[in-house]
Design a protein around this ligand. Sequence first.
Ligand SMILES: C[S@@+](CC[C@H](N)C(=O)[O-])C[C@H]1O[C@@H](n2cnc3c(N)ncnc32)[C@H](O)[C@@H]1O
Length: 245
Amino acid sequence: MSNTLIKIYMGLINRVGFLRRFRSKLIHNVYSFNSLPITKVFPGIGSVKIDLIGLEYKYLGDDGEIITSPNDMVAICAIIKHIGAKKIFELGTALGLSTLQFVKNSDDDAIIYTIEREAAQYSKTYRSYFLNEIDLTPEQIVGWYYKNTDFKNKIIQLRGDTLTYDFGLYYNKIDLVFIDACHGFRSVEKDSHTALKMLSEKGVIVWHDYNIAFPDVIKYLHRLSKKIRLYYITGTNIVVYKKNI
Ligand SMILES: C[S@@+](CC[C@H](N)C(=O)[O-])C[C@H]1O[C@@H](n2cnc3c(N)ncnc32)[C@H](O)[C@@H]1O
């Protein structure tokens, strides 16, 4: 074998070894996290009834990727009902599929605030993914699932970047914050700080996409779990923080 071939071979071995170690470290971290069934984290939640809507339209991407997992939605809606959340704040609206579930599974006098970036910032991503298929303009995309429903009066659609938006108006007022915007480390960190400030006395934060497809979410939450008590809800992709309950 020539020197070049040996170098390529060793390079591959090192890379594969590195990737394997990285992957098993992530998997180890996922399963060594404080994981509990939802009924242990929220005693009594088992009696709550959930009604998901709109999920039959599409929750699988063309490549089979799960866009919104029904398990996660059931868990989050159950928490909303169980704690009787009156003010809910979602970071990351997209098509509004989760917003629609929250609005359907909350009290009639509950309000759901949901924030999405301005069209110029997200349209590129969605153009390839949805626009061709369902023929919507970037502006129509935001909140598409709930826009033509009777629930829209319970929803306040906000526009802006969560990294720079002034959330001061909502500090100490929100019963449930759902973090599902950008999944990069700095964004999750900033959104989490915002969420902690917005929580009401008995508020709950739910982080989405705690799985190995989003290593920064895992990394940040593991770091945060050294400071505050977090729970990974088994069978889902969500992590939860309960302020005073
Ligand atoms: C995973 S999607 C939200 C999915 C939605 N919550 C659901 O489950 O149906 C994330 C959304 O957050 C938006 N987003 C990403 N970074 C953001 C930011 N910094 N500020 C506001 N929205 C952001 C993206 O444009 C995208 O529409």
